[in-house]
Write a protein that binds this ligand. Structure first.
Ligand code: FAD
Ligand code: NAP
Ligand code: SF4
Length: 682
């Protein structure tokens, strides 16, 4: 190991004593449910997934949430741990992590009223806004049994070989539901005063410590900022932290925001390390170590947080999906090789909400380690790849890594394809990291890169390649109305890539991901919330002093004015943006609402002329003219297969990937996944 990088990351790479264990550095891989917990053969796959992260240098791993009993399930038949038979199944995971020199804790999570099933329970019978099931209020006896279930779960975790447990006390799950008046309306010894409301948390910790002994880590995930009305005050949070320490907690992890909070806390438009200041206020209040979290995605960010005294350790969850070797790359001075999490949520959280196995947009191997296996080839082929967008980049680097001789062409002067437009959207600045990552991978894998070279079928045939991969992306769709070529009309590519001038009043045709992004781009003023913590806190109404209850009560959000007037439209009925990502769509809708963007569904486009855009409202059958300066077309795309037929007809071995293969429902997740899977099989 290069000692220089210990100089560069003196805090991050320093060991930390937690309870009876000395962790090798200050990185914690935060808890993430992957979906593997519930599938056949999932524990073996989890073992490979966690072992890869342990090998990559993570200091301490925390598993996805495991319920202590059936009522605590997140969904029917979700993973639980309450007996020895279940505990033995975990050995494959803990042994694999320990064999790599890592340490691992099991997260004990009781979902309470967030449970998506009819058995769910809560302190009081109050339905959550994010589950259709109304919980049953817990009796005194039920509370006692639930505490015992938490303790038993920790004992079983110890039997299963874990180094400790993380007791999930934040994000609005059961323990948090007891703590907050928002969800606890009881008048017995478990409700009413703060002392009563925190009794449940403290009893769980106290009795768990008594049962597991001193040679076992207990992490408590404490909600330091609830971001909902009826949450805790800062003084209450500090009181609880001190009592948790007394009760036997080894280390406190920071929880930010309940799942039902209407404030984004981890999506890409949230600035890096935007909540470390919250943990920093707790430093010195307790003598056990504190972990901070949320949007810490690169070693430099983590080092700064620690150097500034904001925490003793940093939690990174999704960044370890994106790159299992993040720590080792930092240690070896290979930061430019890190595949950075861009906080898109598209393959991790969005999958979890759709009951799909989690993965990562920028790293399709995540949670598929045993399925996507890269092996060196015995007989290298000469391969031409056309298009250096996400699909072509993923294919080229993986194929070259395996030993193929790859030449990558792009007509543009830079790599990245449509990601070069995505990174210009305010709040999506992180997307440039993926282009940086692939740029370095091209160098390392020895891909021959030819920029500024538009390829024709003849060019490619002349090269006499063994295989040709077309990753040529898409063409914007034309909408075939009168006046489509009027000077007022612009394609989204002309606005974003060519940066053509746009007037003060604009109609946007199409409300998919690109329609929303273009509208954000056109209405945005001031600093990007993605880059400035003060701007982000102000725009989302978060008290930077954290005096307000829950961090938000009584705080008015302040929005910068819109740069121009925008009207968004779609032909179909229903709410605009309903097909956007489950965990991010609501943020885009809220952002545009703050910019007073008008949203019109059920519209027929008639024509464009000097007066503007003529439309018919299909609900009322009324026609009107929108007096706009520009009409921007964001009406989806069609595959760019211009080269395919002639190459095929000439007998070349041609493959289509990404948008060139299929434009419907195309996103970078599919493009990168398809490119990678073809590369490991060719
Ligand atoms: P492209 O990225 O289109 O790349 C194709 C490349 O081929 C281009 O570089 C082009 O120059 C080159 N090319 C074409 N023909 C030739 C030729 N004959 N010779 C040489 N080169 C050629 N996706 C997400 O998943 N999440 C997002 O948040 C997201 N946001 C987006 C925001 C915007 C504003 C835009 C425009 C797109 C966004 N996307 C997003 C979509 C995502 O960027 C695309 O799905 C992805 O880029 C498709 O990858 P691709 O490699 O198939 O094609
Ligand atoms: P899209 O999501 O398919 O949306 C296309 C829009 O155009 C729809 O609103 C559609 O609505 C409209 N439309 C389709 N055909 C039309 C026609 N002939 N005339 C007029 N309107 C038409 O495509 P996109 O917005 O171009 O996005 C492309 C891909 O990039 C998406 O699949 C998305 O996953 C990805 N992306 C993702 C994000 C993200 O944040 N996750 C951001 C940007 C892009 P109607 O048919 O109702 O009119
Ligand atoms: Fe990060 Fe997106 Fe990958 Fe999730 S899918 S880990 S948010 S890059």
């Amino acid at each position: 190991m290069d000692p220089l990088n210990h100089d560069k990351y003196p805090n991050l790479l320093r060991p930390l004593q937690v309870g009876h264990i000395t962790l090798r550095n200050r990185t914690l891989m935060g808890s993430m449910h992957t979906g593997l917990e519930e599938v056949r053969g999932g524990f073996e796959r989890l073992a490979a997934y966690f072992a890869e992260r342990a090998r990559g240098g993570v200091g301490l791993i925390v598993t996805g949430g495991v319920s202590p009993n059936r009522e605590g399930w997140l969904k029917p038949f979700a993973v639980k741990l309450s007996n020895e038979r279940e505990a033995r199944k975990h050995r494959v995971i803990t042994d694999a992590v320990h064999a790599e020199g890592g340490a691992i804790c099991l997260q004990v999570l009781h979902s309470g009223r967030y449970g998506y099933h009819p058995l769910c329970v809560a302190p009081s019978k109050i339905k959550s806004p994010i589950s259709m099931f109304k919980p049953r209020a817990m009796s005194d006896r039920k509370i006692e049994k639930t505490i015992q279930a938490f303790v038993r779960c920790a004992e079983m975790a110890k039997l299963g070989g874990y180094d400790g447990v993380e007791i999930m006390g934040s994000e609005g799950y059961l323990i948090n539901q007891f703590i907050a008046t928002r969800t606890n309306h009881r008048d017995d010894r478990w409700g009413g005063t703060y002392e009563n409301r925190i009794r449940f948390a403290l009893e769980i910790v106290r009795r768990t410590r008594a049962a597991v002994g001193s040679d076992f880590i207990i992490i408590f995930r404490l909600s330091m900022l609830d971001l909902v009305d009826g949450g805790s005050t800062w003084d209450e949070v500090v009181t609880l932290a001190k009592l948790l320490e007394e009760a036997g907690v080894s280390i406190i992890n920071t929880g930010i925001g309940w799942h039902e909070a209407r404030i984004p806390t981890i999506a890409t438009m949230v600035p890096r390390a935007s909540f470390s200041w919250v943990t920093q206020r707790m430093m010195g209040e307790v003598s056990i170590p504190l972990v901070t979290s949320n949007r810490i995605n690169m070693p430099g960010v983590a080092e700064r947080v620690l150097a500034d005294g904001h925490a003793d350790m940093v939690s990174m969850a999704r960044p370890f999906l994106a790159d299992p070797e993040l720590v080792v790359k930092a240690e070896q001075g290979r930061e430019d090789e890190i595949n950075t999490c861009i906080a898109c949520n598209q393959a991790c959280l969005d999958h979890a909400f759709k009951n799909k196995i989690a993965s990562c947009l920028v790293n399709p191997r995540a949670c598929h380690e045993t399925e996507i296996v890269s092996k060196k080839v015995a007989q290298p082929k000469r391969i031409a790849v056309v298009g250096a967008g996400p699909a072509g980049l993923a294919f080229s680097t993986e194929a070259a890594e395996r030993g193929h001789d790859v030449t990558l062409f792009d007509a543009a002067s830079e790599i990245g394809g449509q990601f070069n437009m995505a990174k210009k959207i305010p709040g999506k600045e992180e997307f440039h990291e993926t282009i940086r990552y692939f740029g370095r991978r091209l160098e390392l894998t020895g891909v021959s890169l030819k920029l500024g070279q538009r390829q024709s079928a003849d060019d490619l045939l002349e090269g006499a390649y063994d295989e040709i991969v077309l990753a040529t992306g898409v063409h914007p769709r034309r909408i075939n109305i009168d006046g489509e070529d009027h000077p007022k009309v612009l394609k989204y590519t002309e606005v974003l890539a060519e940066e053509r001038e746009v007037g003060d009043k604009v109609a946007v045709i199409g409300s998919g991901g690109i329609g929303f992004d273009v509208s954000e781009y056109l209405t945005h003023t001031g600093e990007s919330t993605g880059l400035s913590i003060p701007t982000y806190l102000t725009e989302w109404g978060i008290d930077p002093e954290n005096v307000a209850r829950g961090g938000i009560e009584g705080v008015e959000a302040e929005h910068s004015p819109a740069a121009r007037e925008v009207i968004m439209m779609q032909r179909s009925e229903g709410r605009l943006g309903s097909r956007l990502g489950k965990t991010t769509g609501w943020i885009h809708r809220a952002t545009l609402k703050h910019k007073s963007v008008e949203m019109l569904p059920n519209v027929e486009y008639l024509k464009v002329d000097d007066r503007g855009l003529h439309i018919r409202n299909k609900s009322t059958d009324r026609e009107e003219v929108l007096d706009v300066d520009n009409v921007i077309i964001c009406a989806g795309q069609i595959p760019n297969r211009d080269l395919f037929d002639s190459l095929r007809a000439s007998g070349a071995n041609v493959h289509l990937i990404g948008g060139a293969d299929e434009a419907a429902e195309l996103d970078a997740k599919r493009a990168i996944d398809q490119g990678t899977r073809l590369a490991v099989s060719i």
